[in-house]
Ligand binder design. Sequence first.
Ligand SMILES: Nc1ncnc2c1ncn2[C@@H]1O[C@H](COP(=O)(O)OP(=O)(O)O)[C@@H](O)[C@H]1O
Ligand SMILES: [Mg+2]
Length: 438
Amino acid sequence: MESLRIITEEHQNLWRIATTLDLVADEIDQGGKVEAPFFSSVFDYIEQFMDRSHHAKEDEFLFRLLRQRSAEAANVLDRLQAEHRNGPELLRDLRAKLTATAGNGEHNAAFTAALRNYTQGLKGHIRSEEKDAMPLAREALTADDWAEIDKAFLDNDDPLFGGKARAEFRELFHRIASLAPESIGLGAHSAGSLQPGTATGKGDVLLSVKGMESCYGRIKALKGIDLEVRKGELVALVGANGAGKTTFLRTLSGVQPMSAGQITFDGEDISKLRSDLRMRRGICQSPEGRQVFGPLSIEDNLRLGAYTQPKGQVDGDMEKVFSMFPILKEKRALPAGTLSGGQQQMLAIGRALMGRPKMLLLDEPSMGLAPLLVEEVFNVVKALKAQGMTIFLVEQNAFAALAIADRGYVLETGSITLTGTGQELISNEQVRAAYLGM
Ligand SMILES: Nc1ncnc2c1ncn2[C@@H]1O[C@H](COP(=O)(O)OP(=O)(O)O)[C@@H](O)[C@H]1O
Ligand SMILES: [Mg+2]
């Protein structure tokens, strides 16, 4: 049932887009400008991705076979497929209303009303697929059916659905995040590129933690944590609010005392090392809640991240960070407090990169961000991983984190309760129920 996982993931992207459209509609109703390029990108994405490829695949495979196996499904599928057929027409109407807003402001209200109507329909459609159609499919379809459907969904050479098409959709999504108004997207005008990195030798154990305990007064917040991170890996630590994720990171970087246990990093026992020396060894953290220094300029915030580094390399490293996050370059002289939440997150990650990490620690980078930016932040994490960076990602947003992680650990009130590959954990019933709300 790999196909259902893919469909669900795509639904999450579409849901983010719908939520973003609602937020932008609110801004327009409050007098905001209609950013035509932003909407055009969104409509392109929906047209190319949802109407042409996502729906087509569902209709041709999942829904066709489900009709054959379940008489009960006919009603639901009739409605869902009518909505699929209707999609392009609604989109044409939205594009026409968008064009009309160029004439004068009166048409803005008609446009935002149509937008809201559209997003409501989209969300209802997604909900019905997941709540009505998918359970029926899980029940009624045979193993052979699933094999056929999965094959179609996993076909990498498919011109509409394969690897190449997906890369294009991703590009478009990236564009949407940078074109969205600053409060919701990044408000950057170029997409940004990454420097090709120097991948370190993969596979060796970089970090090994054994029996880590840490207390607040008499309360034990970490009750004996064992975990391991290998070079080049992206490892996620997920768990509910209060599980001890931040405490773990703070104990690892040495700002929170460890009452028992051992930390080995890059072959060295660092259990008793001061925090600034751990940073020199290459453990650099982007902290929870970003903690950028608001009154200081963006440039000075980045310099702070390099305080353990030789002066000579700082300017060059800053240029690398700027090439990754062009919006920071545009605003380099401004106080960091003037940045939007998403931009501050980019700054916090950039600041950590200035310390030339061997292992990058990220504490809830998606926290408090608009849904569209959650995607964007995880893109940054993926891109860093692709450069060969070793990353330890802490998240409450388990789905997004596990989706990109090589491996994951589930933390519950100070103990690791589950571990496995990202995909294993995403499909684990216990994890789905507890963290993914499914
Ligand atoms: N400074 C503190 N003093 C006392 N208890 C704390 C402190 N910080 C966190 N805790 C407690 O430790 C537990 C773990 O917190 P934390 O590591 O912040 O969890 P998470 O990051 O997973 O949300 C929670 O029960 C929290 O209330
Ligand atoms: Mg935390």
